[in-house]
Design a protein around this ligand. Sequence first.
Ligand code: FUB
Length: 327
Amino acid sequence: MYKNIAIIFFVIVCTLSVLTVAAKKDKLSGNPVFSGWYADPEGAVFDKHYWIYPTYSTAFSKQLWLDAFSSTDLTNWQKHERILSNEGISWLKSALWAPSIVEKDGRYYLFFGGNNIQNNDQLGGIGVAVADSPAGPFIDAIGKPLVDKIVNNAQPIDQHVFLDDDGQYYMYYGGWGHCNVVKLNPDLLSLTTFNDGETFKEITPEGYTEGPFMLKRDGKYYFMWSEGGFTMDNYRVAYAVSDNPLGPFKREGVILQQDPAIGTGAGHHSVIKGKRRNEYYIIYHRHPLGYTDGNARETCIDKLQFSKDGKILPVKMTVQGVKRRKL
Ligand code: FUB
């Protein structure tokens, strides 16, 4: 019986590989969009190029650098090696995680998690590095973490920086089931306070684990996050909609989850907007079928669609990925 299961599994894996190769030939991105174990992908669009900034998915002690990937058409991706590494961050010892990037006045600000701190006596948290190009080289801008403490029980990891229409930059972050939001000063290198004098506001929605992401569309704030454990099959993404960047965020439902025919543990995503009005892409990681190592995570892209009444439709994960599309 084990032999039969092994044969069936082999056939499924071969079929998926053939579909991926065929997708590339047919001007589809294919999934994964590039090879290698990469997780927590943050997508961005800079100067007619798509960019993906992922975590290098391996043992925490070996996570000492970040690679980035760029493309002009979503199908051909160029690798930019070691855009940020421990050589440019004096306090980084391990667990360089989950980059989030914004451009301001021609400079690129890359926020990252470092050291996976477990208590407030340890050095680490969320740092910020700066470069003159989206391909780096990025250098730690302040020589220490920007957020270096566990506040409201939120582990300082998984930051996502969001620019609102009024010019205010917010940073959503947090692991261990708690999410905080902070406001960044215009220098993007320091935090400011809210009107009530507070620096950290907890906004944790029901079900939240980590990986927050904010998208503004038609004046509404679509707040998304990952649920479950990232090594588990049922890691997934849920969302809420609000009129305010600070919430409240009432959970609407799951938008991305495992598909036993495609992959498991789909989560820690981001969203980029294409040229057309309703053209959105979700970039996320998933475990290929049959892999049990929690770090076996690959970066994928699929379409993100909305219903007429503004709800996010469940994502259909694919092996083919998305069509070639220039900016
Ligand atoms: O990749 C390291 C960690 O795994 C991330 O920070 C979490 O969100 C999870 O994806």
